[in-house]
Design a protein around this ligand. Structure first.
Ligand code: CP
Length: 304
């Protein structure tokens, strides 16, 4: 039995295989319509979600399986004080695989040690979000045709942005990757990522507060939301929330084949006027997430 808690739980070869499967699903979805017949996915979401929960559920239905679960901690016995371990031991009696989101960093890892079925981390606090990274990787593959030799700008909340942390881990395994880290001082990438990943692997990176100054260098611009739910102080959130707002005029110096990505939800950080730009890829990411989650569910269930 195998869980996916961190994107590094999957080798680059396994990611290549998942991408191959996802592309095959896109080409021939009918072939996969009964692959998970009589299997059940449990979605245990202790924190709000639109894309991740619904795409996991859509993925399982499109594989012919069924879904049980809850969408908020207060709809479960966690509200009565039940531990994460007891919750997943219980749900292991009902489901073949569990996708779990939790506001506390490390909760899905704890769950994976107690569960008797595979656990997929669907986002843990400001830590990791490996299945968003799978969606991001399929998007990069389909838009750029490669994972090597890319300059990737990461913009916004790099401190609490779990999608950013997972994407850095994933992309750091390829050759010729360079990161431009664009954030306010207060939301810089945590030292544990800078030191344990970028410095340790000698990956070139620059830190800046100025998005426009680096726009022309980027192959990928990955925008992120400043996350109100991660702040202890509302005044800090209000001060920082509109640090970066991508508008069409700011893309004037950008490459023609730039991929503008965002894990969503967005608030103000990308103007809706950018949605019509051919370089906007964020709704493609949403759809790619469903296909990669289908591929991952099959892999963890041992479905051929
Ligand atoms: N990208 C993402 O995790 O979105 P949700 O919070 O809506 O699941």
């Amino acid at each position: 039995m195998r869980s996916v808690i961190d994107i590094l739980d999957l080798s680059t070869e396994e990611i290549d295989d998942l991408i191959k499967t996802a592309c095959d699903i896109i080409d021939d979805p009918d072939k996969y319509a009964e692959k998970c017949k009589r299997k059940k996915l449990a979605t245990l979401f202790f924190e709000p979600s639109t894309r991740t929960r619904l795409s996991f559920e859509a993925a399982m239905y499109e594989l012919g399986g069924n879904v049980i679960g809850f969408s908020a901690a207060n709809n479960s016995s966690a509200s009565k004080g039940e531990s994460v371990s007891d919750t997943v031991k219980t749900v292991s009696c009902y489901a073949d695989i569990i996708a779990m989101r939790h506001p506390k960093e490390g909760a899905p890892l704890v769950a994976s040690m107690a569960a008797s079925v595979p656990i997929i981390n669907a986002g843990d606090g400001g830590h990791n979000h490996p299945t968003q990274t799978l969606a991001d990787l399929l998007t990069i593959y389909r838009e750029k045709g490669r994972f090597d030799n890319l300059t990737i700008g990461l913009c916004g909340d790099l401190k609490f942005g779990r999608t950013v942390h997972s994407l850095i881990n994933a992309m750091s395994r390829y050759n010729g990757i360079e990161f431009v880290l664009i954030s306010p001082e207060e939301l810089k990438l945590p030292d544990y990522v800078t030191n344990n990943v970028l410095k340790k692997k000698n990956i070139p990176y620059t830190e800046t507060t100025d998005l426009l100054s680096c726009m022309s260098e980027l192959d990928i611009l990955y925008m992120t939301r400043v996350q109100r739910e991660r702040f202890f102080n509302e005044q800090d959130y209000i001060r920082l929330k509109d640090s970066y707002i991508l508008t069409p005029d700011k893309l004037e110096t950008a490459k023609d084949d730039l991929a503008v990505m965002h894990p969503l939800p967005r608030v103000n950080e990308i103007s809706v006027a950018v949605d019509n730009d051919k370089r906007a890829c964020y709704f493609k990411q949403v759809l790619n997430g469903k296909y990669m989650r289908m591929a991952l569910i099959m892999k963890l269930l041992g479905v051929e």
